[in-house]
Design a binder for this molecule. Structure first.
Ligand SMILES: [Zn+2]
Length: 330
């Protein structure tokens, strides 16, 4: 077995986030062989983070008793605006990067070809290629976490659009004059249904004197915003009315966003993922699907599948591996 493995052309997929870096080593058939995880430490600056990415890749490779020489390509999903051709991160606010030549610098450090893409595009690639076996011609991925992002697969290919920024569905305005969004606008989907938006609403309600079991789950010195999506699920299962209402509203906004996207793009499959959906799929999916079918123009949603991804945390590294494999072949 070890002999066979040593001849493999390995691929590494990296999920670069604002707080953590994940790296996974994959076989050419996209089977995950090992993984590693490090904190990002964005506050230490660009060069330090690039060194940490390189370390995480080396750790993952070492974990499976392979050598970096066996790695044929590395794919990276990075947050923010990316130029996949030049390999630069044009703007990533949560890493505090601008015009960062990530591909060039990592290739210098690791001596392996590197391919980069936006993190949500990469997650959509992973779901499409691995979870759905590359089957749908047109697929839309919606990832609800701290923020909300999306990725479009059209005619079996990732769709980037004119400026390679397509898929920013989190900034679709769903409520004119609604809550302020991180992008500067008001009423964006992300400002209404992301984890950040959910906890903002809960914090406001508690200030107004509404009751929730979440306040009893807090440790000393903890704030509501320190809680996780999994805590929301626990509260809902305890019958918490406030959390139930806020999650129901978030699911409804998500359903409306899905309906808009069905009307515009008419994809075969819509896949929902990200931290909030991973934790609350049982609570949210029925509302999302019901609302989407209600709001989509009559006849447009026939036969369209609306499903929750099962890849969870693995979507990023899996999709990055798909990106690397694709880059290797071209
Ligand atoms: Zn926005």
């Amino acid at each position: 077995m070890a002999e066979a493995s040593s001849k493999q052309d390995l691929i590494v997929g990296v999920d670069l986030g604002g707080t953590k870096v994940l790296a996974g080593v994959f076989s050419p058939q996209l089977k995950r062989l090992s993984s590693a995880k490090l904190t990002t430490k964005a506050e230490r600056g660009y060069t330090a983070v690039v060194e940490r990415i390189a370390r995480c890749v080396r750790d993952a490779v070492d974990e499976a008793d392979f050598s970096l020489k066996q790695v044929r390509a590395i794919g990276i999903g990075a947050p923010g605006a990316i130029n996949p051709e030049s390999g630069e991160v044009i703007f990533a606010p949560n890493l505090r990067w601008k015009d960062a030549p990530l591909k060039k610098d990592l290739e210098k450090m690791l001596d392996v070809p590197v391919f980069i893409e936006n993190d949500c595009n990469v997650c959509a690639l992973g779901v499409h290629a691995v979870e759905l076996g590359g089957r749908p011609r047109h697929m839309l991925g919606i990832f609800v976490g701290t923020g909300i992002g999306g990725g479009l697969i059209i005619n079996g290919e990732l769709y980037g659009g004119f400026n390679r920024t397509a898929g920013e569905i989190g900034h679709m305005v769903l409520e004119v004059g609604g809550p302020k969004c991180g992008c500067g606008n008001r009423g964006c989907f992300e400002a209404l249904a992301s984890r950040t938006a959910i906890f903002r609403r809960l914090t406001e309600a508690v200030k107004e004197g509404q009751k929730t079991v979440l306040t009893e789950m807090l440790g000393p010195g903890q704030e509501l915003t320190d809680l996780k999506s999994g805590d929301l699920r626990k509260a809902m299962r305890k019958g918490d009315k406030l959390v139930g209402k806020v999650i129901e509203d978030a699911a409804e906004y998500t359903g409306i966003a899905v309906a808009n996207l069905i009307n515009i793009l008419n994809p075969e499959v819509i896949v929902l993922g990200g931290g909030v959906l991973d934790a609350l799929a049982d609570e949210m999916m029925a509302i999302i699907i019901g609302t989407a079918r209600d709001y989509a123009m009559a006849g447009t949603d026939k036969g369209i599948e609306i499903i929750a991804s099962k890849l969870g945390d693995e979507a990023g590294i899996t999709g990055s591996a798909v990106l690397a494999r694709r880059g290797m072949k071209s």
